[in-house]
Design a protein around this ligand. Structure first.
Ligand code: UMA
Length: 453
């Protein structure tokens, strides 16, 4: 049985997805009495993990059934649970401790932990750092919002063997995280996202900036220069984060040829990236900041960088058919991600966008798309809103699904054009998740024939 710092004995786990199931297992391993709550009343019948946790003693309670939270001493909330959720509210009212799955793990964590947050690029930077550390001979494991809960790291032998945990943290996870578990952390950028959960961009930014409270005593926080200028006023005046960016006054900076550390040349950027500001360069600086904090040499960093493969569905080239290039950026799930994707192309873009709206206007696309995007094919729940926001400036065609959008975009495209799926929205109206949406796009494109027009 596990040694534990966990004092709670009667625990409600709210939401039985990836995080909740891992948290429930972690708690059962530590002899807690667990009630698992989910809005899907069929879970014990349809989900084998839920069924096996019930066999181990977890009691399943459908969200629709009243639950007296005052009988419990801890509520563990999944990241997707909004603080306005009735059970969350009742727990607050009764003074019951509320924490997320990450907090549960961090209270027991003794390993070196690096934290990565930001609106865009989190997963790429998390995987890049993990790759570089592994190439340097360090046992590193990527965890967190990337899809592997931290509580599993404490209980699964192969992950227990990791020396460094590289933790991707979302704003949702940071809302409830107070443990001082991070040796070094980075905020990559903050641009509008999840405004269906937060009342304002400032509230969303504050959730991201919460990562400062998770630093260990001598922990260092890096913030990208532009983000620091925009949101630094929300930090306490006693905080002194390090910055990275394009200004020689940043601790780590670049002139888009070299990376400099405290003004001293550290290494030359890959030639394909030189000469133009880009999120790829910013991601490299973020990774360098965290790897350097663990003593990785410039030589090892550069060598490992060269062998890194970007994860799928991030401006991923799919195929060229009759001179038309198809790109899958299904992970582009907010306004700024789409702008960054579009800005990366040298020739005309035909954009496929839409899905579940996250509460922000699409109007910033008007200026950003000028002379870059010739037409938009809109799909999903947000398609009418996209048309409303853009149609006075750009042709927007409403399509019933992704397949129709690909076909119609292909019909108008000329040789040399790029057809880009970069939705700017969540995927849950039509797909399981962004990866499923990207796979479907690639399947549809791969089924297209030469000279189909
Ligand atoms: N549920 C309820 N009641 C509610 C809401 C949800 O019962 O009111 C239940 C659902 O029926 C479902 C479960 O809660 O069974 C889902 O919980 P969840 O939404 O917290 O999702 P998990 O499966 O636990 O996955 C979460 C993260 N999801 C979200 O933050 C929405 C995953 O990030 C993460 O990989 C995983 O934990 C492991 O840490 C995904 C994500 O979209 C990739 N993240 C957002 C982003 O990156 O922008 C924040």
């Amino acid at each position: 049985m596990h040694t534990t710092l966990l004092k709670a004995k009667h625990v409600v786990v709210l939401g039985l997805g990836i995080s909740g199931l891992s948290a429930a297992q972690f708690l059962l391993n530590r002899n807690a009495k667990v009630v698992g709550v989910d809005r899907n009343p069929d879970l014990p019948l349809t989900n084998s993990t839920v069924a096996s946790l019930c066999e181990r003693g977890m009691i399943f309670s459908p969200e629709q059934q009243p639950l007296d939270i005052s009988q419990f001493d801890l509520l563990v909330v999944s990241p997707g649970i909004n603080p306005t959720h009735p059970l969350y509210q009742q727990a607050e009212k009764h003074g019951i401790e509320i924490m997320g799955e990450v907090e549960l793990a961090c209270r027991e964590m003794t390993k070196t932990c690096l934290g990565i947050t930001g609106t865009n690029g989190k997963t790429t930077v998390t995987l890049l750092i993990t790759h570089i550390l592994q190439q340097a001979g360090i046992k590193a494991q990527a965890l967190g919002n990337i899809g592997l809960p931290l509580t599993s790291a404490l209980d699964i032998p192969e992950w227990q063997a990791a020396d460094v945990l590289v933790v991707e943290l979302s704003s949702f996870q940071l809302e409830t995280l107070t443990a001082r578990c991070l040796d070094t952390a980075v905020i990559l950028n903050i641009t509008p996202d999840h405004l269906d959960r937060y009342p304002s961009l400032e509230a969303y930014a504050l959730a991201k900036l919460n990562i400062r409270r998770n630093l260990k005593k001598k922990g260092v926080l890096f913030i990208e220069d532009k983000c620091l200028k925009e949101f630094g006023h929300l930090l306490p005046s006693s905080d002194s984060p390090h910055s990275y960016g394009y200004s020689p006054s940043d601790q780590i900076h670049t002139d888009t040829q070299m990376i400099y550390h405290h003004g001293i040349p550290a290494f030359e950027l890959p030639s394909s990236l030189q000469g133009k500001r880009s999120h790829d360069i910013e991601n490299i600086m973020a990774a360098y900041a965290l790897c350097h904090s663990l003593g990785i040499s410039n030589e090892v960093f550069v060598r490992a960088l060269a062998s890194f493969q970007k994860p799928s569905h991030r401006i991923e080239f799919v195929k060229t058919i009759s001179g038309i290039h198809y790109y899958d950026d299904s992970k582009g799930t907010n306004i700024d991600a789409v702008i960054r994707a579009v800005e990366g192309f040298k020739s005309n873009v035909i954009l496929i966008a839409g899905g579940v709206d996250k509460g922000f206007p699409y109007t910033p696309w008007i200026t950003a798309f000028r002379n870059r995007v010739s037409a938009v094919y809109a799909i999903g729940q947000s398609k009418e809103k996209i048309a409303q926001d853009l149609a006075a400036h750009l042709p927007v065609t409403l399509c019933k699904d992704l397949e129709e959008a690909v076909q119609r975009a292909t019909c108008v495209a000329k040789a040399g054009d790029n057809i880009l799926l970069s939705p700017g929205c969540s995927s849950f109206d039509m797909f399981k998740d962004y990866a499923h949406r990207g796979q479907e796009f690639q399947r549809i494109v791969n089924a297209l024939k030469e000279n189909i027009k």
